[in-house]
Design a protein. Structure first.
Ligand SMILES: [Zn+2]
Length: 428
């Protein structure tokens, strides 16, 4: 976009010579076709910038879609994290109860082991007493001491029962012990698998959280990219606005030129003796400049505002300052046109705030001056202004820190980032 602008600036210089009361060198047909050519070039630029705006819009839409996708993935991860957290809590509870069960079984086994030990001691003691007393002999004594056969049977059964009972109790104890130990083994195996599950779940949760963090990072970067694209688009929209205003100014110039030519033709026809005189119709200043307006210089340019220079043209902290800053406190600090000219933009911009663009023709050279951050503008597009005429009030609108005038100068028409150093041209 930037390259094509340069040719326009040259065309402007030639084309506008007639409108601003300069010497008419070109023929009338040439002056209008020059303006028309200029208009076509601006239209081309506008369609280029519109295409750029469209592609920026597409990019923003894509970034927004990507953000929506990432957000839904993040939501899915949130659900998964909630789910594993629930499971972790559940398994932790189960591990706790299983551990209690293991402890209970261990206690029960201990009890039964003690019982077995006691029974063993008892049986050993009994066996020892059998041996000491002749073992089975004493049983025999018991049996021999029977008074009758029936008594013998009873006594024999009693002895057998006692021996069997001892054995059965011991066997039962052993069986209980075995069962308890088996149960304990089962529960311990269960505990081990629960603990492994818990570890797995915790690992999974960690992984999910890491993924979520990654998504959050991605989302933040997408947001940054969208903001950047948005800022770029605002910048382009602003340029488009200025180009539209330039086109409108050229249309007005064509109209003025046609009217002037018609007037000249009519005058030449109706009055042969008189020669054409009135060219441009410039409204006289009607200057409302307050007492604090700067003294109007005698040259082509004058200082655009009273106050101190707070920033000059050039590199400024990593960026480039395309103008001069003049600051003065007060509610009604006047800003004046730096030279005679035509206002072709007077609007509000997010960066420049209330801003006025004036086109000048100084000895055949076209210049553009820009007055930014004004509290308010007093002129509209199409207005003709005189050097030193108040065009606005100093302010702090747009991207501005503190009340000041940001003043820019261009050779030719406004071009993106093509402002020149006004020092030496405009008395500052
Ligand atoms: Zn500035």
């Amino acid at each position: 976009m930037k390259k094509s602008v340069i040719t326009i600036a040259v065309a402007t210089t030639v084309g506008l010579g007639t409108i601003f009361g300069g010497v008419t060198v070109k023929t009338e047909a040439e002056s209008i076709s020059g303006l028309k050519g200029e208009q076509t070039k601006i239209q081309d630029q506008r369609s280029n910038i519109k295409a750029d705006i469209n592609s920026a819009n597409d990019k923003i839409n894509t970034l927004q879609r990507q953000q929506a996708d990432v957000k839904s993935e993040k939501k899915r991860l949130d659900f998964a994290i909630d789910d594993t957290t629930d499971k972790i809590n559940d398994k932790t509870e189960k591990v706790k109860s299983t551990k209690a069960e293991v402890a209970k079984l261990q206690a029960e086994t201990k009890v039964i082991k003690e019982r077995i030990q006691k029974r063993n001691v008892l049986l050993k003691e009994r066996a020892r007493s059998y041996q000491e007393n002749g073992g089975m002999v004493s049983y025999l004594d018991v049996l021999m001491g029977s008074t009758s056969f029936n008594d013998f049977i009873d006594r024999a059964n009693a002895v057998a029962t006692i021996v069997q009972a001892d054995q059965e109790i011991l066997e039962q104890h052993e069986a209980d012990k075995k069962e308890l130990l088996e149960k304990q083994t089962r529960v311990e195996t269960n505990l081990a698998s629960l603990q492994k599950m818990l570890v797995d779940l915790k690992n999974m949760n960690q992984q999910l959280s890491a993924q979520k963090k990654e998504k959050e990072k991605l989302l933040a970067s997408l947001k940054d990219q969208e903001e950047e694209a948005h800022e770029g688009m605002l910048d382009m929209q602003e340029r488009e606005q200025i180009l539209a205003a330039q086109e409108a100014a050229i249309k007005r110039s064509i109209q003025n030129e046609r009217e002037r030519q018609a007037r000249e033709a009519a005058q030449a026809k109706s009055n042969q003796s008189k020669s054409g005189s009135s060219g441009t119709s410039s409204t006289s200043s009607g200057s409302s400049a307050s007492s604090s307006a700067p003294k109007v210089s005698s040259g082509s340019f004058t200082r655009p505002a009273p106050g101190v220079i707070t920033s000059t043209f050039g590199a400024r902290g990593g960026s480039f300052h395309y103008g001069f800053d003049i600051a003065k406190p007060g509610d009604n600090v006047p800003i004046v046109a730096a030279a005679d000219g035509e206002v072709y933009v007077s609007h509000y911009s997010s960066s420049y705030g209330n801003v006025v663009y004036i086109l000048h023709n100084i000895n055949g050279q076209t210049y553009t001056t820009v007055y930014a951050h004004m509290r308010r503008s007093l002129v509209g597009a199409g207005a003709t202004v005189k050097k030193g005429q108040q065009i606005g009030v100093m302010g702090n609108t747009g991207d501005s820190r503190g009340q000041h005038l940001h003043f820019e100068l261009y050779k030719g028409r406004w071009q993106y980032h093509a402002a020149i150093n006004p020092s030496g041209i405009v008395p500052l």
